[in-house]
Write a protein of this length. Structure first.
Lengths: 254, 366
């Protein structure tokens, strides 16, 4: 049985310009993610990636359809779902003037657990920063700390919203290693990204979204085979970015 | 009150955040202290002695007795001299008043009474009302002694409150109420908006925390902080400004605690309505400003125009400051300030309902 089952999920918002009109931010999305998979959701800005994640995580009301995590309905048992998942949000700010180890132990308490902050920090290579404040961390360190926070409840599933956006190549590779290690320990990982290389490197399967719908789904190889444009002369070229652009077009998004 | 480990832990984190923020600790105390000191100095200043010049043209015992009495009075800073130079000193403002005692001053009590010429600068005429009774009183007592008449009447002033009430004594409870309002509204409202803007609320909502845990923790942490701040201010007032709090200390703090919770909840509501720091600033001012002027902090509500009074009496800060003042200045017991307590209770209900109804985790989208 899949660990995440999403069926015909819908989310409606008012148009920013015209409050009397609504639009579908997510329009009938179904997903099925297996235990132990790394699943990537790709899509231009505004495609509905973050909204989908937030509905599955219980952060956003589900307007239509159903989401089951580990067989538990998110809309009827959000608190049970929250116990089983770890979430890294796009914005990763924390309280000022509170050290990393204090924050981790607070997050542990929020899950009614007593945790060992050093062990978690060691897991994300931040053991030397235990007494540091989040404001003193670099971009890569902040992302790793966010993942440490998401691990305090030993989740079955880890959600990562654009984990490597804005990181330098070293920090990015370092984070990929961390994600692969966690997945190697059996954790299911769902991530969104704009980085095609990242999706190809990390993800077992990928869903490409646009305008609130999934427009393609499969392993990276399947997607390249199915959608990368045939080059007129050269025998094989094309990568996942060609797939992405040919599916979603070249038009600039907000 | 029994707190869950989660609420205790979150409360301790909020306290740590505050204690490590030296700058806001400083500013939260700096302005109230300045305020208190300025008002205390302004209300404490003693009446300066009035400069008077005396030109004594007579030279008998009576006139020198009169001059001596004026010189001895703490009200006056008397200088004797010739008439002309004294008048010039009056013109340039070195003297407030010049008395010219005629040559026949007190010479023969049985003939016509002698006339003292009082020369004043018109700009200083307001002082006249203060000086003239003293002059008359002094003249009268000299005359009595001279004629050996015992005074028929004497006046003793008795303070019915049996203690002296200075303006600063009136002001301090109001100022404390004002300070607790400012600290509370800023403490809850501004912080909630800040946590929402940074996405911290959303991050917390990822975990199984419930809204009541968050509200209880932040209210309790802020309540502790405000109580400590007020205690520091009150101690300063008692030690440095010699303020007297007559009533029961626990009753005083009971009102302080209720008031703080009211304004914390109001701040929470504002923080939920406002989406940005600018909006919370504006909303905060709309709530705070009228109360500063209408709630009887600086002067009694009864001294305001009559049409404002019914409205002014209903403001939350009015109930809090009136209650605190009655305890501090008149030694009232809690049972004697039931009207204030009822008003606070009504506001507590309103603000608590607003805070819990309006508070939303979910509307935390970027």
């Amino acid at each position: 049985m899949p660990i995440i089952e999403v069926c015909e999920l819908q989310k409606q918002y008012f148009l920013p310009d015209d409050k009397s009109q609504k639009f579908f931010a997510v329009n009938g999305v179904s997903l099925s993610i297996e235990q132990g998979e790394v699943f990537g959701i790709l899509g231009p800005n505004g495609a509905g990636k973050t909204t989908i994640l937030e509905m599955i995580e219980g952060l956003n009301d589900i307007d239509g359809g159903e989401a089951l995590i580990d067989g538990i309905s998110v809309s009827t048992n959000p608190y049970q779902v929250k116990e089983r998942i770890g979430v890294q949000l796009q914005a990763n700010e924390y309280f000022d003037n509170v050290s990393l180890e204090e924050l981790l132990s607070l997050f542990g308490t929020l899950y009614h657990r007593t945790i060992n902050p050093e062990a978690l920090l060691e897991k994300v290579q931040l053991e030397e920063k235990a007494k540091a404040k989040p404001a003193a961390l670099s971009g890569g360190q902040k992302q790793r700390f966010s993942i440490a926070c998401a691990l305090v409840n030993e989740p079955k599933i880890l959600f990562l919203d654009e984990p490597t956006t804005g990181l330098d190549p070293q920090a990015k590779r370092n984070l990929w290693n961390l994600i692969q290690r966690l997945n190697g320990d059996g954790m299911t990982i769902v991530l969104t990204t704009h980085n095609m290389e990242e999706a190809e490197e990390l993800c077992d399967r990928i869903a490409i979204m646009d305008h609130g719908k999934i427009i393609a789904e499969g392993t990276p190889q399947e997607l390249i085979l199915d959608f990368a444009p045939e080059p007129p002369e050269a025998p094989l070229h094309g990568n996942l970015e060609d797939v992405f652009l040919s599916l979603t077009g070249y038009g600039l998004r907000e | 009150m029994i707190f869950t480990p989660l609420q205790r832990h979150l409360t301790s984190i909020f306290l740590k955040i505050f204690l490590r923020d030296r700058r806001s600790i400083f500013f939260s105390l700096f302005f109230p202290v300045i305020f208190m000191t300025v008002f205390s100095l302004a209300s404490d200043r003693e009446q300066e002695p009035i400069n008077i010049g005396i030109a004594n043209l007579s030279s008998n015992e009576v006139s020198s007795d009169f001059v001596q009495r004026l010189s001895d009075s703490p009200m006056f800073n008397a200088v004797s001299g010739e008439s002309e130079p004294l008048r010039e000193a009056l013109l340039v403002g070195h003297q407030t008043m010049v008395l010219e005692l005629p040559a026949d001053f007190g010479a023969s009590p049985d003939t016509v009474s002698s006339e003292i010429n009082v020369v004043v600068d018109a700009a200083q005429v307001s002082q006249l009302g203060l000086i003239m009774p003293v002059l008359e009183q002094t003249l009268l007592s000299i005359e009595r002694e001279f004629r050996s008449i015992a005074p028929m009447f004497s006046i003793t002033i008795e303070d019915v409150q049996a203690r002296s009430q200075r303006y600063i004594d009136f002001l301090l409870p109001g100022l404390m109420a004002l300070t607790l309002m400012n600290l509370s509204i800023a403490g809850s409202g501004f912080n909630v908006v800040e946590y929402r803007r940074k996405g911290i609320l959303k991050r917390l909502f990822v975990t199984p925390i419930e809204p009541k845990d968050f509200i209880i923790a932040i209210v309790f942490a802020r309540l502790t902080i405000v109580l400590v701040q007020l205690t520091v201010l009150i101690s300063l007032a008692v030690v440095l400004l010699d303020i007297r709090i007559i009533g029961n200390f626990f009753a005083y703090y009971f009102v302080v605690i209720l008031g703080t919770v009211v304004f914390l909840c109001l701040g929470f509501s504002l923080g939920s309505l406002a989406k940005t720091q600018e909006t919370i600033g504006a909303l905060g001012n709309i709530v705070i400003m009228p109360q500063i002027f209408l709630s009887g902090v600086f002067y009694p509500i009864e001294s305001m125009p009559e049409w404002v009074q019914p409205l002014a009496h209903l403001l939350p800060l009015s109930f809090v400051s009136t209650g605190m003042r009655e305890i501090a200045n008149a030694g009232a017991a809690l049972t004697e300030i039931i009207p204030s307590l009822l008003g606070i209770a009504v506001w507590l209900t309103i603000s608590f309902l607003a805070a819990t109804r309006l508070f939303l985790w979910k509307e935390v989208a970027n």
